[in-house]
Design a protein around this ligand. Structure first.
Ligand code: ITT
Ligand code: NA
Length: 199
């Protein structure tokens, strides 16, 4: 049995392979890169869950295979949840992680916020070719550093320090991050649903 990972973000692909592999799913995980002819669906939803479902349905419909998708981002308390669903293109160009992180740090340096609270959020969606859908969410609360630290992970990992941690997400090992992350929580919750619906 095959399951399509409906993402073109290679950092997500490697985290999802580890998380779903550890969850003991007996399926062949196929990246969306195996289907270059399928266009990206516009992320027109207003929530992580809506966008994850849009991406999963698009791949399931186009491939005729079950598909899972991830929509995720960083939500900053003092910015009322921004960048949120706009995390991947906060500085304008989609997927420019460094520019996004630098713009956010510059914006926060102008705001008095002693708490610097924020969380990563992830919606994990499953869609079947017949339209069946499920979505679950996970989140990782923490505080924001004033300067990046660490080389691991991707995106905003160098500035998010999980609650109870002295390191940023980019200073954790991949396994340590997956054990606590928004993505780990969401896809560990989705795994039994995948197992049940794929039979
Ligand atoms: P797909 O839509 O193809 O899956 P994408 O990178 O466009 O890939 P999103 O729209 O969900 O995915 O945007 C996710 C952004 O949120 C990502 O670019 C990072 O900036 C941020 N992000 C998500 N998860 C993260 C994590 O675990 N660590 C750090 N930043 C993360
Ligand atoms: Na998105």
């Amino acid at each position: 049995r095959r399951l399509v990972l409906a993402t073109r973000n290679q950092h997500k692909v490697s985290e999802l392979r580890a998380i779903l592999g550890d969850a003991g799913l007996d399926v062949e995980l196929v990246g969306a890169d195996a289907y270059p002819e399928i266009p990206d669906v516009p992320e027109t939803g207003t929530t992580f869950a809506e966008n994850a479902l849009l991406k999963a349905h698009a791949l399931a419909r186009a491939t005729g295979l079950p598909a899972v998708a991830d929509d995720s981002g960083l939500c900053v308390d003092v910015l009322n949840g921004a960048p949120g669903i706009f995390s991947a293109r906060w500085a304008g160009k989609h997927g420019d992680d460094r520019a996004n992180l630098e713009l956010l740090l510059a914006q926060l340096s102008d705001i008095a916020d002693p708490h610097r609270g924020a969380h990563f959020a992830c919606a994990a969606a499953l869609a079947l070719p017949d339209g069946t859908e499920r979505v679950v969410e996970g989140r990782l609360p923490g505080t924001l550093r004033t300067a990046p630290a660490g080389d691991g992970g991707f995106g905003y990992d160098p500035i998010l320090q999980p609650l109870g941690e002295s390191r940023t997400c980019a200073e954790l090992t991949a396994d340590e991050k997956n054990a606590i992350s928004h993505r780990g929580q969401a896809f560990r919750a989705l795994a039994p649903v995948v197992r049940e619906l794929l039979g």
